[in-house]
Design a protein around this ligand. Structure first.
Ligand SMILES: Cc1cc2nc3c(=O)[nH]c(=O)nc-3n(C[C@H](O)[C@H](O)[C@H](O)COP(=O)(O)OP(=O)(O)OC[C@H]3O[C@@H](n4cnc5c(N)ncnc54)[C@H](O)[C@@H]3O)c2cc1C
Length: 495
């Protein structure tokens, strides 16, 4: 067994981990990052992300200074509505059914802009995402809550930039090293981590440990145990390495579990998508608010237009998992087809000139599908269809109803896309305070232990406002890095 030592040991080299490492290093701490994956597979779930960051700002001028112009979005042709801290907080509390921890929610919202701004100083190139803009008369409008801020090159670009920054600053990163156990002294203070490496076991000692090694989405046994039956069988959208190690290690030494342990972020992906690490740009199916969705029995089962997709997509995977065969079909006609997002072009749609023909191709009873569509069409109310906002164009008198964007499905040819459930990340994690120190059941910090990113609980319940995962990782990573570095030097935050 080799002996190794540092000030701050960061477990996990994803967005949360590298930001924690950079923040700790900025405070003058010696930092080592431990990563289970080999170098060529590095980046965690963060590298699979689309790269969008939800962040609150009162005025476009607050984000404009760090945004890089893109040729397709000249600044003189855009208008960006503010997304105030109140609006972010309201969205978070609304979609989590009022359950998000209020102190953590406040921390996430208030630190979102300072953190994104700080990341720019660490070399992250931010751009506006054209996909979130509404184009009208040659101008681009970003409505409030539309998430304009994106890392250049998506999640992969984000992680390339973070690794480049870490390498520039001379941070040590050990790959192929799996943290398996927290080392604890007789007083219960964490003093390092036991690693499993190709060379054998290594005890790595440190003044502080930051757990930034993800949730348990890639662990079928934990999914079945905590999320429930059937979840062991779902496809995993991101990394294979987030198997709950950090959470388990901390629980083993008395950390308090927190948040929605039976809840997770799960969205609709192409039914034929690979399990684990599929290319996000190919398999996501997020234009469902413009569709009607049916299951293999030909029945609708959900309000497709409950809200903008960024506020519903993360709970739609679960709805599909509950359907026969865990399959559903998103059906579009010629009125809505032109609004489909890019990834749809990467799969084979089932195309038919009539609903009867469509039913036959999908192996659904044509009698039932025709009845479902006729009932839906008859229930569509008057009103102006506007895909850029909640247009209130709804159905009346059917269950489930459709709250927005309800158009009769009557303009063939019809296009059907088969979708299934893909898990993104889990919501249950470790209880932390506003310095991201890991707490015990009696709410005391475990000495020398912090957590960041997916390993933390208390932020998301039932659902999630799109693009908050990277922001949560960045905010908690930065605070954990700062607090851990100060602690390692015998100081506290505020000193
Ligand atoms: C397809 C997809 C698209 C997404 N798009 C977005 C988006 O656009 N916006 C958004 O906000 N969120 C998005 N998310 C969610 C978001 O990416 C993640 O929740 C977030 O990046 C997690 O960051 P993290 O640093 O906590 O974890 P990760 O980035 O997963 O990093 C954890 C790291 O820990 C390592 N690790 C695990 N166990 C150990 C161990 N025992 N020892 C050492 N290392 C270990 C892993 O290998 C990994 O590198 C998306 C997720 C996916 C999968």
């Amino acid at each position: 067994m080799t002996e190794n030592k540092t000030d701050v040991l960061v477990i996990g080299a994803g967005n949360a981990g590298l930001i924690a490492a950079l923040a700790a290093h900025e405070q003058g701490a010696r930092v080592t990052v431990i990563e289970w994956a080999p170098k060529e597979r590095r980046g965690g779930n963060s590298a699979f992300a689309a790269g969008f960051f939800r962040c609150a700002f009162q005025d476009f001028e607050e984000i404009r200074p760090f945004l890089h112009p893109t040729p397709t979005l000249p600044f003189d042709q855009i208008e960006v509505e503010p997304y105030t801290p109140d609006a972010f907080n309201n969205d978070l509390m609304r979609v989590t059914e009022g359950l998000a921890d209020t102190k953590l929610a406040e921390m996430l919202v208030e630190q979102s802009l300072p953190t994104v701004t700080w990341m720019a100083s660490k070399g992250i190139i931010w751009e506006l995402d054209p996909g979130h803009a509404v184009q009208r008369n040659g101008r681009y409008f970003f409505r409030s809550a539309s998430v304009p801020v994106a890392a250049k090159g998506g999640g992969k670009g984000l992680m390339d930039m973070l690794f480049a920054s870490a390498e520039r600053e001379g941070l040590e990163i050990l790959y192929d090293a799996r943290a398996v156990e927290l080392l604890v002294d007789r007083a219960g203070a964490v003093e390092g981590v036991e690693l499993s490496t190709p060379q054998g076991r290594i005890a790595f000692h440190s003044q502080a440990v930051i757990l930034a090694c993800g949730g348990f989405e890639a662990n079928a046994e934990m999914r079945a145990r905590y999320l429930g039956p059937g979840w062991d069988l779902v496809k995993v959208r991101g990394t294979r390495y987030n198997t709950g190690d950090g959470i388990k290690m901390a629980l083993d030494i008395g950390a308090m579990p927190s948040g929605h342990w039976s809840g997770c972020h799960a969205s609709m992906i192409d039914a034929d998508a690979a399990d684990l690490e599929a290319d996000n740009a190919d398999v996501t199916r997020y234009s469902f608010p413009l569709s009607i969705m049916v299951n293999q029995d030909g029945e609708r089962f959900v309000d497709e237009g409950e809200d903008l997709s960024s506020f519903t997509y993360a709970k739609m995977g679960r709805k599909v998992l509950d359907q026969p065969g865990s399959i559903a079909y998103q059906i579009f006609d010629q009125k809505t087809l032109r609004f489909l997002r890019g990834p749809y072009s990467n799969s084979r749609a089932v195309v038919a000139r009539s609903i009867e023909e469509l039913a036959e191709s999908l192996g659904i009873s044509s009698q039932i599908l025709i009845r479902t569509v006729e009932e839906f069409n008859a229930a569509v109310s008057e009103g102006e269809f506007d895909p850029s906002r909640r247009d209130g164009k709804c159905t009346r008198g059917i269950s489930p109803g459709k709250s927005n964007w309800a158009l009769p499905l009557d303009s063939p040819p019809f296009y059907a896309y088969a979708v299934t459930c893909g898990i993104t990340f889990t919501y249950g994690g470790l209880r932390i305070d506003q310095e991201c120190r890991v707490l015990t059941a009696d709410e005391r910090p475990i000495p020398n232990l912090w957590a960041a990113g997916e390993a933390t609980g208390g932020f998301f319940y039932h659902n999630y406002p799109g693009a908050s995962g990277l922001t949560r990782g960045a905010v908690t990573g930065r605070l954990a890095g700062l607090s851990a570095a100060l602690s390692a030097k015998g100081r506290t935050m505020g000193q």
